[in-house]
Design a protein around this ligand. Structure first.
Ligand code: PNS
Length: 164
C-alpha cells in the first residue's frame, strides 16, 4: 500500500480517447494525487487502434496534467491496482444503460482486490451520449466528429476508419 500518494487508476479501452474520457481524467486529476490512465484489454472488443497508437493519442492530449501518467495492461485490473497501491478505480457513468455493466465490474474488482474502491464520476451533460464506438460509426459514414474528439484523434480516425 502506497501511503504517500493517493493514486487512482482510470482504466478503459480508449479506442480512441474522446472528450468524454478527457473530461473524466481531468476531474479525477483534481481529486487524486496521481491518475494512471490504463489502456486495458476488454476481452469482448476488437480494437481499431494499436496500443501504441492509443497511447500516442492520449499522451498528446494529457500533457498539460502533471499528475497524470499513462500505462498499458494486458492482465487483470484488480492485480494492477493492488500492485501499484492505488486506492481507487475511476470510471465515468453516462446513462442508466452503463450502470449494470459498471456495477458488475465494480463488484468483481472489489472481490478480486478489496483494497480499492470504484468511484463513479457522472459524465457532463454534453458527453452523456458519447462513446468511442458511436464516434467511430459516425466517422465511418463521413459524419462530423470534430465536437467529440481532439484534432490528433480526428486524424487517426480519418486515416483508419473513414469509408472511401
Ligand atoms: O472502455 P471499456 O472497454 O468499457 O473498458 C473496460 C475495461 C477495459 C476497463 C475492462 O474490460 C477491464 O477492466 N479490463 C481489464 C481486464 C479485467 O480486469 N477484466 C475484469 C473486469 S471485472
Amino acid at each position: 500500500m502506497n501511503d504517500l500518494k493517493r493514486i487512482a487508476v482510470c482504466p478503459g479501452s480508449f479506442d480512441p480517447i474522446t472528450y468524454g474520457h478527457l473530461d473524466i481524467i481531468k476531474r479525477a486529476s483534481q481529486i487524486f494525487d496521481e491518475v494512471v490512465i490504463l489502456i486495458s484489454v476488454n476481452a469482448v472488443k476488437t480494437p481499431s487502434f494499436t496500443e501504441a497508437e492509443r497511447m500516442m493519442m492520449i499522451k498528446e492530449n494529457t500533457n498539460e496534467f502533471d499528475n497524470v501518467v499513462i500505462d498499458v495492461l494486458d492482465g487483470l485490473l484488480a492485480d494492477y491496482v493492488k500492485k501499484i497501491g492505488a486506492i481507487a478505480i475511476v470510471k465515468g457513468l453516462r446513462a442508466v444503460s452503463d450502470f449494470e455493466y459498471e456495477f458488475q465490474m465494480a463488484l468483481a474488482n472489489k472481490k478480486l482486490y478489496n483494497g480499492a474502491e470504484t468511484v463513479f464520476l457522472t459524465a457532463s451533460s454534453e458527453n452523456m451520449y458519447l462513446s468511442s464506438s458511436v464516434v467511430k460509426q459516425i466517422a465511418y459514414f463521413g459524419g462530423d466528429i470534430s465536437h467529440f474528439v481532439p484534432n490528433n484523434v480526428l486524424e487517426f480516425i480519418r486515416k483508419r476508419l473513414v469509408k472511401e
